[in-house]
Design a protein around this ligand. Structure first.
Ligand code: UD1
Ligand code: MG
Length: 482
């Protein structure tokens, strides 16, 4: 048998009551991406001709998430009422015309939207079995977890033919002792699958149309059935928050191992948290306790020191970040640039070799190459209504504790004196100082101390305070100094 064409069905119409959430289950995230996107990304790796996601009418966010995917080639089919996984697949009959009827046939692969760790390799190995000369008509995917929990159990004969799958809720204690569990993935000839689906019933503990009952029906109809096997860490089904955390831990372990295999030093791997799309160059070093949100690209030889939070940022080769830095979306740190402790950046581009080493906020800013942004500099980018741009020219020097009130431009090579509030543009190579002039009163400190000493401290304790008193001290009368 040759595999002519492949359609993939993703079941995502369940609310996921065990998650105890207003958000549909498949839109919960692991490694910064929804479970549904993880599943769809793996499936796209198979390059199927058609992908159909089964959605519920009362969970519009799922259809919206499908529509938002780049490429726009994933379709949806609506399951009006959630009558079970078998019923959900039956709802794709129209969307899969051409896979099971007079219009032609093809293979149909069913996966669950709550099984986010599946890899394309496992799925293509299963698809390859349909290309064998004596290919089974219907294939399941089994795994042997340490704890078989509430997964469906495969009942096989000695030759490996699947006699049936028994759901946990319906299983006898002898059947619950079987440790060959159903991962929820099913692959079959579209004609076989859709002809058997008509015969599914609801005579079971949950009163649902179980997709898993297709195996007993196939067996009874004389079809060949078989199972592929998967690594238990790949087929974890997520039904609760605890299982979500378990999947997150597995995926993080995978992402850390990938990073290290690709030449990244993780000083303490278990404390570094990645997003599924984090891209890291060669010889990057990541110190402990670093968080990568979605959309981070890091070039070669970058050092990210401890306790940084990085999201939606590009960090170019040789830059040094942190410790304790926060890079927010739209940040680009140029080659060899430095972002030090307690620096926050948002929608900001730092040119090569630029520095913002301490206690700074750069929002909606452009910082030229080799410019130096002193400690405590703040771009005042928001006026309560809109965001405004700050531009700092190449080689400019911004003195410490400066407020740059945007929109404002600091020219190339300009110097801004420490403690300035800059509201006007500064020309290239100019020096700008915007602060109150310093007043010096010789001997005034000494006279102040002597005056205070002779008057005593005047401090009172709160004890014996009258009822109803506000407790506030009266402001002392200002005496002219000197
Ligand atoms: C299912 C399998 C079980 C398997 C386990 C693997 C059945 C009957 N049971 O159980 O054998 O071991 O997955 O994780 O198939 N869904 C719909 N419409 C519905 C019902 C469900 O779209 O009417 C979707 C859900 O959104 C979910 C998926 O199907 O993504 C699986 O449903 P779920 O309720 O999680 O099934 P399990 O109880 O986990
Ligand atoms: Mg499930």
């Amino acid at each position: 048998m040759t595999l002519s064409k492949l359609a993939v069905v993703v079941l995502a119409a369940g609310q996921g009551t065990r998650m105890k959430s207003t958000r549909p289950k498949v839109l919960h995230q692991i490694a910064g991406r929804t479970m549904l996107d993880h599943v769809l990304d793996s499936i796209e790796g198979l390059k199927p001709e058609r992908i159909v996601v089964v959605v519920a009418p009362d969970l519009p966010a799922v259809a919206e998430a499908v529509a938002a995917r780049p490429g726009g080639r994933v379709r949806t089919a609506v399951q009006d009422r959630q009558l079970g996984t078998g019923h959900a697949v039956a709802c794709t009959k129209t969307a899969l015309a051409g896979y099971h009827g007079a219009g032609g046939s093809g293979d149909v692969l069913v996966v669950f939207g709550d099984t986010p760790l599946l890899t394309p390799a496992t799925l293509s190995a299963l698809c390859a079995r349909r290309r064998a000369a004596d290919a089974p008509d219907l294939l399941g995917l089994a795994f042997q977890p340490a704890d078989p929990a509430q997964y469906g159990r495969f009942v096989l004969d000695k030759k490996g033919q699947v006699l049936r799958i028994v759901e946990y809720a319906d299983a006898s204690s002898a059947e619950r002792a079987i440790d060959l569990c159903n991962a929820g993935v099913l692959l079959g000839d579209g004609r076989v699958l859709f002809s058997l689906i008509e015969s599914l019933g609801t005579d079971n503990a949950k009163g649902e149309y179980y997709l898993t009952d297709l195996f007993a029906l196939a067996n009874a109809a004389g079809h060949r059935t078989a199972v592929g096997e998967a690594d238990p860490t790949e087929v974890l089904g997520i039904n609760s928050r605890a299982e979500l955390a378990g999947a997150e831990a597995i995926l993080q372990t995978r992402l850390r191992a990938n990073a290290m295999a690709n030449g990244v030093t993780l000083v303490d791997p278990a404390t570094v948290w990645f997003s599924a799309d984090t891209q890291l160059g060669r010889d990057v070093t990541v110190q402990p306790n670093v968080f990568f949100g979605p959309g981070v690209v890091v070039g070669n030889d970058v050092e990210i020191r401890a306790f940084c939070h990085v999201e939606g940022a590009t960090i170019e080769a040789g830059a040094v970040i942190g410790p304790y830095a926060r890079l927010r979306p739209g940040t680009v740190v140029g080659a060899g640039a430095r972002i030090g402790n307690f620096v926050e950046t948002k929608n900001t581009v730092l040119g090569p070799g630029a520095k913002a080493n301490h206690l700074t906020y750069l929002g909606d800013a452009q910082v030229g190459a080799k410019a130096n942004v002193g400690a405590g500099t703040i771009t005042c980018n928001y006026d309560g209504f809109g965001k405004h741009l700050t531009s700092i020219g190449e080689g400019a020097f911004i003195g410490s504790n400066t407020a740059l009130v945007a929109p404002v431009r600091i020219g190339k090579g300009a110097i801004v004196g420490a403690g300035s509030i800059i509201t006007e543009d500064v020309a290239a190579d100019a020096l700008a100082v915007g602060r109150g002039p310093q007043e010096a009163r010789p001997g005034a400190a000494k006279r102040f101390r002597e005056r205070r000493k002779s008057a005593g401290t005047g401090e009172k304790t709160g004890a014996g305070k009258k009822k109803g008193s506000s407790g506030k001290k009266k402001a002392p009368k200002r005496k002219k100094d000197g």
